[in-house]
Design a protein around this ligand. Sequence first.
Ligand code: AMP
Length: 464
Amino acid sequence: MTSFQDFGLADPISRALAEENYLTPTPIQAQTIPLALTGRDVIGIAQTGTGKTAAFALPILHRLLQNRIKPQPKSCRVLVLSPTRELSGQILESFNAYGRHLRLTSALAIGGVPMGRQVRSVMQGVEVMVATPGRLLDLVQSNGLKLGQVEFLVLDEADRMLDMGFINDIRKVVAKLPIKRQTLFFSATMPKDIAELAEQMLRDPARVAVTPVSSTVERITQRIIQVDYTSKPAFLAELLKQEPVNRALVFTRTKHGADKVVKHLAKAGIRSDAIHGNKSQNHRERVLAAFRSGEIRTLIATDIAARGIDVDGVSHVINFDLPNVPETYVHRIGRTARAGADGAAISLVSGAEEMSYLRDIEKLIRVTLPREDRRTPGQRDTAPAHQQHRAGRPVPHGHATRAGDAAPGGKGPRRRRRYGKGAPQSNRPETGRHEPSRPSKGGKAEGMQGVAFLHRESRPRPKH
Ligand code: AMP
């Protein structure tokens, strides 16, 4: 088995790893670090939770040290692009943790906070810059940052960045980078459009892959419960009362839906709170802190809002609505069964449209999930127009299943979101950029207030 000593990382980095209690490299680290240390470009298929941050941060820090030059003003030597503010904050924290004995200079450029401080933070130049693509481009276009000195580029969660509509921003950023650089590219899935993007950005890359999704998914008990559309809220309340919930993350497709679920649960005597794009950053931080501490044990989230949340001890992921992008299902259920624990993923499914999403998901994970039918016999499904279906043949009751060789290798059909322009804003799924893209449009002025809430915590037993 490989150990961190085998990599020959510089002593201050090894010391930091020992202090972090990193004893054995994770599979993605064991594969990526030696390759990246040679200066090669790397494409990695890996999800958050596999240790991929260290897989790219450690070799980069080592190589930075080999040639420690002072960054020029308004420049950075390492540029990391990630889809969300939270993930960016976590990545920066990791760089700072692994580089704690290096007196590393670093900066964060994320949307949703005023740009002035970010401009000042890179004025003298920094070694490591972690950014969301929209804000980074804003910084560059306002002459706050120059990209000509970038030696290392990391794209993290590339599939998410594409899903969130960052492709053009990424292309514009990459066009401004020196050709001679090392690029490390990570994505949880590798469908065709991501592979094409990688092809354009990397030179003779080495490929590494770990299949955390399958190993995670194997430990997740997946249940599909067919219910009447109108009884979903009541059914959810029942589930939350009956299941041995430590922490439950409930996904809805729309922001409006998330708020409605909170209200329904409150009526049923269950405390919950929602995070989504309409909530302020302060609210989001407060709610996440309450979820981490166990003060609330049910968190309702949209996919985009939940992205980057890294909370241990989520015993249940509940899909109040099924996602129409099958990979999203895998991302969602991967929130449970972390750190070797078991977890349950329960999906409430109603209407023909959701059944078709379910079939897409099953194709992707290559497992047919047994259905539990809890629909009222003979009652017409009262799903809204876009979810109406003729009552299908009930599928016999099934037992919870453990997925076998689920491997979202991008084989399933990749659907873009299908929502009409006419749909009311609040009913549309929360898509699009997670950060205000241009300061002139007036981003919210809540500060990120450090990244303290991003710390991983031990698992306190939540109060009931
Ligand atoms: P990541 O996938 O980079 O978000 O990492 C997931 C979690 O695993 C983070 O809390 C890391 O601090 C932790 N981690 C990463 N690599 C190791 C390792 N080799 N040993 C122990 N913990 C690790």
